[in-house]
Design a binder for this molecule. Structure first.
Ligand code: ATP
Ligand code: LTN
Length: 332
């Protein structure tokens, strides 16, 4: 809570082109809080460097991610939209929280295990302590809710544990945040391997539908999506491919799984895949149009970055001051 207002906080890494997983699992849900909450949505570039980035690409994607936030419906007048590295309080609190985070806890994080397997030549300390920086992001703003995809639930739970541990020693420091996972415990899976999460850093571009893919590409990718044996459109654990497509269709149309099963009863996979492609392309078209209009005005995006960082820093500063005081750091 900040004053009387509840706070919603989330972040997306500028580590690749954003996917419909990022959109449906996270960004689309951010705007739900704009009216009743004080909202902070961050482009977490400091998290992105836990794996190697090409500097020019990181810079370009930082602008793009901010533009996509706005194109997805986040009004910068109602939401604080900013870039993490522009608010130095994040790195400062992250160090402090590192000292309240246990080695064993970090070792159990699924994302660390996955990413260190994928980047075995670069298992750096930042990749390991990533959740402490994420906890700093969240706790600096006295956050109540954190809308994220289900893959981030474990990190938000660790953040709660860190906050509770800190509060036990120094009462009343942090609000304890709650993860909000979008409907269906939602996780969009890869089109090439429906047992794997759709991820913006996947090397196989056909496995992933990007928010900025054009209509033909979207339809082609869905046509090629891996489906299961049989031909029925049914939501079931033994049909991970079809179930994933049904989740996507449901997210874009608002229809329930039963309604979708009825709609496609007696029709084959071909028809269904085309329908999923079409609703996805229809839903993304207005987002893409707004995005391209925003991205050409670099100066306006930079203005927004400045304004967002100032707003964020004003709140972050207060929490950091309180934390340092409680720890016994001298502040003149
Ligand atoms: P990377 O591939 O670089 O790890 P990512 O695609 O997992 O990236 P993040 O920046 O880590 O994306 O995630 C941003 C937000 O999108 C998070 O809240 C995350 O939970 C959500 N998200 C990412 N992928 C999916 C997915 N496939 N389904 C649902 N939500 C997702
Ligand atoms: N770890 C998240 C991104 C992230 C985040 C956050 C999400 C960084 N800081 C704070 C919510 C709140 C991810 O990989 N998606």
């Amino acid at each position: 809570m900040l004053g009387e207002q509840k706070v919603s906080y989330s972040g997306v890494q500028p580590s690749g082109n954003l996917t419909i997983g990022n959109y449906l699992g996270a960004i689309r849900n951010f705007s739900e809080y704009s009216e009743q909450y004080k909202t902070f949505y961050c482009v977490v570039d400091q998290h992105a460097i836990t794996v190697r980035q090409v500097p020019a690409e990181l810079r370009r994607r930082t602008y793009e991610t901010l533009a996509l936030y706005m194109a997805c419906g986040l009004d910068p007048e109602k939401n604080t939209l900013y870039v993490q590295s522009m608010v130095h309080e994040h790195a400062e609190l992250a160090w402090i929280l590192n000292c309240f985070t246990m080695f064993g806890e970090l070792s159990r994080m699924t994302q660390f295990k996955d990413k260190s397997a994928r980047h075995s030549d670069n298992i750096n300390a930042g990749l390991f302590t990533y959740p402490a920086l994420m906890a700093a992001d969240i706790l600096l703003y006295q956050t109540d809710v954190v809308p994220v995809g289900s893959d981030q639930k474990q990190h938000v739970e660790l953040c709660r544990d860190i906050a509770e541990r800190f509060n036990q020693i120094h009462p009343g420091t942090f609000t304890i945040p709650e993860p909000i996972i979008s409907k269906h415990g939602m996780r969009i899976m890869s089109l090439a391997d429906p047992t794997k999460k759709m991820s913006k850093s996947d090397e196989n571009a056909n496995a992933v539908v990007y928010i900025l893919d054009d209509r033909d590409t979207i339809i082609r990718k869905f046509k090629r999506a891996v489906t299961d044996s049989g031909s029925e459109i049914r939501y079931a654990p033994d049909k991970p491919g079809v179930s994933n497509l049904m989740t996507i269709y449901s997210c874009f149309t608002g229809k329930t799984m039963e309604e979708i099963e009825r709609e496609f009863d007696g029709r084959g996979y071909g028809d269904f895949k085309l329908a999923v492609g079409e609703v996805t392309a229809d839903a993304l078209a207005p987002v893409q149009e707004r995005y391209h209009a925003l991205l050409i005005d670099k100066a306006a995006l930079e203005e927004q970055m400045k304004k967002g960082a100032e707003e964020a820093s004003r709140c972050a500063r207060r929490t950091l001051y309180k934390v340092k005081k409680k720890l016994g750091f001298v502040q003149l």
